[in-house]
Design a protein around this ligand. Structure first.
Ligand code: NDP
Length: 490
């Protein structure tokens, strides 16, 4: 008996359905309340205010966290200042030993950290497990290696640490951003006060435990939780000598204005609106995977996300067909499920921002495509989306959406691709997909972006510097360049 088309479709559905594969959570202990990590131990905050941190996939409160006030920040900066004297004079190989120890402990506690990161932030467990946590350990491991080789990093110069670094990080890669900030600072002999984002403080609290486990001297790392105001108190404290910030361009500008003229060193890693450029000679199936990874990884909460697809006109149709088909296979849902591709949006506020920008795209005349996709009832969710018929002037082509939303534009010639890619106030990253090595180099020379990926996207390595041009900020993190902001060279 012949099988009908409908039966084939049913069968395919059955064969490719995934059984739930949730990661166990019984091995982690999230405390109901957290204090601040100051002077090597957890202390009660002076400020009496607390705020809940919730799981964005369920909207359930995970813990209550202290909101550090001016007195708390001052205590943290003083603890870091006191620790600086001995830490900066410690032999470099001993400093390295602490960093190696921290790296090992992150590896040992990686399963716990991955679960905490996923529950607090909403990202799929396969990303926190395979990307965030291993890369965080790798950063400490990498900078541990530099600690006793600083004079080779800066030949014929004498590098000296700067003092207390005030560091403020965002919610999209909480532990990884912590590692990007703390590892080079400590390797170069500085001490730090770090403020994690309001919606994702928990992995930083586990990191505080790791510092204690590693017997890191008290005060070398201090962690104060709170909202934007706490961040502002950290960066504007008069004894903070170096400020490192990752977050929105708007807040980056605020900080730059606030500390102008104080002599504080500043590095800013801000927003982006990266172009992912696909030429007609690119291997299309690989490009489709790169586009998906570029914009739907971490729900698009990625500063370097490939949020503008520039596709050569001659292949726009087949590429979009493949891309739409691929989108329909992405699995959205429980971030703790190992099969999930798209997790929860980090917060209600971020969801509203995404919704607002997507509405503006429709109103301005772009065509929205979303695959059929059932959104869970509770929590914050947005389906993977793409816009065609996009003009460069639309908000969705200009503003950072920071969500799983792709804007597709076309080009005819390489020059047009460069012009459109660079037509943005940002300049953090770009991607080029082509068969020709010469074209990759030609494009890389002309793209005003701190990172240009060729035939890949969103690939990170602690040895390679990362940072932006224009409104994407300045200064580099990662690699030997990442040490530079933390040393005085004579
Ligand atoms: P913010 O820039 O506000 O947050 C980044 C960090 O800075 C957080 O720890 C935040 O604290 C803190 N902060 C906020 N205000 C100040 C201040 N005045 N002084 C010092 N620190 C401050 O980003 P949002 O979380 O509000 O996200 C808004 C938009 O920014 C997103 O929609 C996205 O477009 C973009 N963004 C870009 C990122 C990137 O890496 N390029 C990362 C995050 C966001 P708290 O979280 O407690 O408010």
């Amino acid at each position: 008996m012949a099988i009908t088309k409908k039966q084939t479709a049913e069968l395919a559905k059955q064969v490719f359905e995934y059984a739930p594969a949730p990661e166990a959570i019984d091995h982690i202990k999230i405390q109901p309340r957290y204090g601040l990590f100051i002077g090597g131990r957890m202390v009660d905050a002076h400020g009496k205010k607390r705020f809940p941190t919730i799981n964005p996939a369920t909207e359930k409160t995970l813990s209550e966290v202290a909101e550090a006030d001016g007195v708390d920040v001052d205590r943290a900066v003083k603890a870091a200042g006191k620790a600086f004297d001995s830490w900066s004079h410690l032999s470099a190989s001993r400093r390295a030993r602490y960093l190696f120890r921290i790296s090992r402990l992150i590896q040992e506690r990686s399963r716990e950290l991955a679960v905490v990161e996923t529950m607090d932030g909403g990202k799929p467990i396969k990303e926190s497990r395979d990307v965030d946590i291993p890369l965080s350990a790798a950063h400490f491991f990498y900078y541990a290696g530099w600690a006793d080789k600083l004079e080779w990093a800066f030949p014929n110069r004498k590098p000296r640490p700067i003092g207390v670094a005030g560091q403020v990080i965002p919610w999209n890669f909480p532990l990884l951003m912590l590692a990007w900030k703390i590892a080079p600072a400590l390797a170069a002999g500085n001490t730090v006060v770090l403020k994690p984002a309001e919606t994702t403080p928990l992995s930083a609290m586990v990191f505080a435990e790791i510092c204690m486990q590693a017997e890191l001297p008290p005060g070398v790392v201090n962690i104060v939780t709170g909202a934007g105001n706490t961040g502002f108190l950290v960066v504007s404290h008069p004894h903070v000598k170096k400020v490192a910030f990752t977050g929105s361009t708007e807040v980056g500008k605020l900080i730059q204005r606030a500390i102008a003229g104080t002599g504080k060193r500043l590095t800013l890693e801000l927003g982006g609106k990266a172009a992912n450029i696909v030429f007609e000679d690119a291997p299309l199936d690989q490009a489709v995977e790169g586009i998906v990874n570029g914009i739907y990884f971490n729900q698009g909460h990625v500063c370097c996300a490939g949020s503008r697809l520039l596709v050569q006109e001659s292949i726009a149709e087949p590429l979009l067909e493949k891309l739409k088909r691929r989108l329909s296979t992405l699995r959205l849902g429980d971030p703790l499920d190992k099969n999930t591709d798209i997790g929860a949006i980090n917060s209600r506020a971020q969801l509203e921002k995404i919704q607002g920008l997507v509405e503006s795209g429709v109103e301005e005349g772009a065509e929205l495509y979303q695959p059929e996709c059932v959104l869970p009832e509770r929590g914050f969710w947005f389906p993977p989306s793409l816009f065609t018929n996009v003009s460069q002037s639309y908000r969705i082509a200009r503003e950072e959406i920071f969500g799983p939303v792709l804007s597709v534009l076309t080009f005819r010639t390489p020059n047009e691709a460069v012009e459109k890619a660079n037509n943005t106030p940002y300049g953090l990253s770009a991607g080029v997909w082509t068969d020709k090595g010469s074209r990759i180099l030609w494009m890389a020379e002309r793209l005003r972006a701190g990172v240009v990926w060729a035939n890949t996207f969103n690939r990170f390595d602690p040895t390679s510097p990362f940072g932006g041009y224009k409104e994407s900020g300045f200064g580099r993190e990662g690699g030997v360049h990442g040490l530079l902001p933390y040393v005085e060279l004579t």
